[in-house]
Design a binder for this molecule. Structure first.
Ligand SMILES: CCCCCCCCCCCCC/C=C/C(=O)SCCNC(=O)CCNC(=O)[C@H](O)C(C)(C)COP(=O)(O)OP(=O)(O)OC[C@H]1O[C@@H](n2cnc3c(N)ncnc32)[C@H](O)[C@@H]1OP(=O)(O)O
Length: 308
């Protein structure tokens, strides 16, 4: 645990994160799409081939909206230091991800990331750090997306006064409130097999944390074998929503929120249940083999497709 005397609220809030750049090509977008299971069940899937191949002579491949999360990861791959907060990187888990999309992604781009602290919470047994990344296309200067990544640092809590645990956030609470799962039957349900090699493929998109590939490191972190990247599970769930609710039109996705409830093992079956609530899709993903919820959240849409 961090020593309490080291924690200084003003120093933390004054901390400046370096700007970072991220360059991607069509190849990266296609590898990402395969990493989150696109065309995994059907190599000519009518909704998904466009993410991995220039279908029907299209000029460039399309980019899945959850690709946006990689831009923020690009700014954090070397870790992030916060003054006065000590943590064991082996115990780090991804807690939540919130993404706002301002326009469809170009198939290749050079990105400038502006990173800031969006939240910090002392939960006693853990510290929760929230990092906001605004990603601009370098050429046009246009803001493409905003990511807010919540990192759950097991064992790093207790850094503030225990009678008044520190909690700071700079955004409205209701923006990322945990989704309340309706009691009614879901509007749609989609089942997908996460291949045993899925994490090994997904890591090629830039998250090389050995927690997802190295059996020894996974054991130190408390798991029986390497676990799936949270953002890979999120990619599977949102792809299911694009298929079942957006009828394959990913451009109607406006924002995405997911809370990682439990780890997923590669090789498990993911069942995504979805409910329509106006222009919001509430969803929950479960692993079939353990009958446990592993992810829940919402996807906001610009409009509904006419076929619904
Ligand atoms: C300065 C440090 C920054 C470092 C940055 C480095 C780079 C980071 C890059 C981005 C991340 C990439 C790394 C990716 C890693 C992964 O993909 S790990 C795999 C995906 N994640 C998971 O599998 C996690 C699954 N979830 C869980 O295992 C559990 O939910 C949990 C996170 C361990 C928490 O469970 P538990 O300890 O039982 O918590 P509770 O007792 O229920 O709650 C305690 C408080 O914490 C709040 N909380 C609980 N879960 C979450 C969550 N998922 N996200 C955010 N907050 C959570 C909960 O509300 C409680 O708070 P209070 O209600 O106020 O008490």
């Amino acid at each position: 645990m961090a020593e309490r005397s080291q924690f200084d609220h003003d120093r933390v809030l004054a901390h400046k994160f370096p700007e970072s750049t991220y360059v991607y090509t069509e190849r990266d977008a296609a590898i990402y799409a395969l990493g989150v299971g696109a065309c995994g069940r059907d190599a000519i899937d009518a909704d998904e081939l466009k993410y991995v191949y220039h279908e029907n002579g299209q000029q460039s491949i399309q980019v899945l909206p959850t690709f946006a999360a990689l831009l923020s990861l690009g700014s954090m791959t070397n870790g992030i230091d916060l003054p006065g907060l000590q943590y064991d990187p082996r115990l780090l888990l991804h807690g939540q991800q919130y993404i706002e999309l301002y326009r469809p992604f170009p198939s290749s781009a050079s990105i400038q990331n502006k990173v800031s602290l969006a939240g910090l919470h002392d939960k006693g047994k853990a510290a929760i750090v929230e990092i906001e990344t605004k990603s601009y296309e370098k050429e046009s200067g246009e803001l493409l997306c905003m990511n807010r990544s919540t990192i759950f640092l097991r064992g790093a809590g207790g850094f503030s006064n225990s009678t008044r645990p520190y909690s700071y956030s700079n955004y409205p609470n209701n923006q990322v409130a945990a989704a309340k799962i309706p009691k009614s039957q879901p509007f749609a349900v989609f089942e997908d097999l996460i291949q045993p090699s899925q994490a090994l493929l997904y890591r090629l998109s830039g998250d090389y944390n050995p927690l997802h590939s190295d059996p020894m490191i996974a054991k130190v972190a408390g798991f029986s074998c390497p676990i799936l990247h949270g953002l890979c599970t999120l990619g599977f769930a949102v792809r299911a929503i694009i298929k079942c609710i957006c009828r394959g039109d990913a451009t109607i996705v406006k924002n995405i929120f997911g809370r990682f409830l439990l780890h997923v093992y590669p090789g498990e079956t993911l069942i995504t249940e979805m409910w329509l609530d106006g222009l919001r899709v509430i969803y929950q993903a479960k692993v079939k083999e353990r009958n446990r919820a592993v992810l829940s959240g919402f996807v906001g849409l610009h409009h509904l497709t006419s076929s619904l």
